[in-house]
Design a binder for this molecule. Structure first.
Ligand SMILES: [Zn+2]
Length: 291
């Protein structure tokens, strides 16, 4: 979809200089990169595997951005990355899935390479913002977003803004099974170890989208329902949105059935829905934050 407005300048030679916005979403497995000319709509996007190595990651972002922008000047950059960030949001401080990126000056490197102001945020926060503002959450005031992908993340979005927080949101690392297996973050029995894509593959030998046995889904959904119940009683949302690749395969009817049994304190369940923006949720959330 082409943006409506473009910031157009004329260079000394008279050539038109378009000023572009770069947005990205670095997940545990895939990185999505997009370009916008007006900060409102994405012109073009590309998905590449997330490089395990930070330096390779920087080069990949640079290369894809150059391809997508056709060499036009990047004015501003906003992007998400999988894991909690440090206080000034310049780098990742913990990540079970892309450990080589921890403590590396991501913001500074991008600002130097592109000579453009850069904002970083947690990837689930941006995807939540995208779904809350442009996806199935757009008519709701209080949105609980959970992404179930390689790992599990989430965010509380209130009236189209990320709710106030001191260290982010990490509903994927709530304890569901105190005698469960270790989580890559160092904890035990976290929601992520029970419903996250990389753990599902370890446990069942299949990717989520390959699992057809209803008994396996019953087990996964049972734990997801406990996690969502906890999130609902803490965040009190009007709608719960499930994003991320694994959530596409989750049987929603069974999940609602389990949630209804667990929900004994509130008179009604919030609406529970799968996200509608797919891979673009994080990029659209990044555009929203950029504005
Ligand atoms: Zn954990």
């Amino acid at each position: 979809m082409l943006g409506k407005r473009r910031v157009i300048k004329f260079g000394k030679s008279g050539n038109v200089i378009l000023r572009m916005y770069l947005v990205f979403d670095i997940g545990g497995t895939k990185t999505r990169i997009g370009i916008s000319s007006d900060g409102q709509a994405l012109i073009e996007t590309k998905i590449v595997p997330t490089p395990a190595d930070f330096e390779t990651g920087i080069q990949t972002i640079k290369q894809v951005a150059d391809d997508l922008s056709h060499g036009q000047t990047i004015k501003k950059i906003t992007g998400g990355i999988a894991g909690p960030l440090n206080q000034d949001k310049s780098m990742l401080i913990k990540s079970p899935h892309i450990s080589s990126w921890i403590g590396k000056p991501l913001k500074e490197r991008l600002e130097n390479i592109f000579n453009a102001t850069t904002f970083l945020e947690n990837d689930a926060i941006l995807a939540g913002l995208g779904e809350a503002c442009f996806g199935v959450g757009k008519n709701y005031k209080i949105v609980a977003y959970l992404t179930i992908s390689t790992g599990v993340g989430g965010a509380k979005i209130v009236e189209g803004k990320v709710d106030q927080n001191t260290q982010g949101f990490e509903p994927g690392h709530q304890i569901i099974k105190p005698d469960g297996i270790p989580c890559k973050c160092g904890g035990i029995g976290h929601l992520e170890t029970l419903v996250g894509g990389s753990y599902i593959q370890q446990r069942y030998g299949l990717k989520a989208e390959e699992i057809t046995d209803p008994a396996v889904w019953d087990e996964i959904v049972k734990f997801l329902a406990i996690g969502l119940h906890n999130t609902i009683v803490h965040w009190s949302p009007e709608v719960v949105i499930l994003g991320g690749s694994v959530s596409q395969s989750i049987p929603l009817d069974k999940l609602l059935e389990d949630l209804t049994v667990l929900s004994t304190i509130f008179p009604r369940l919030p609406k529970v829905s799968k996200g509608s923006l797919g891979d673009q949720a994080g990029l659209l959330g990044a555009l929203k934050l950029l504005r």
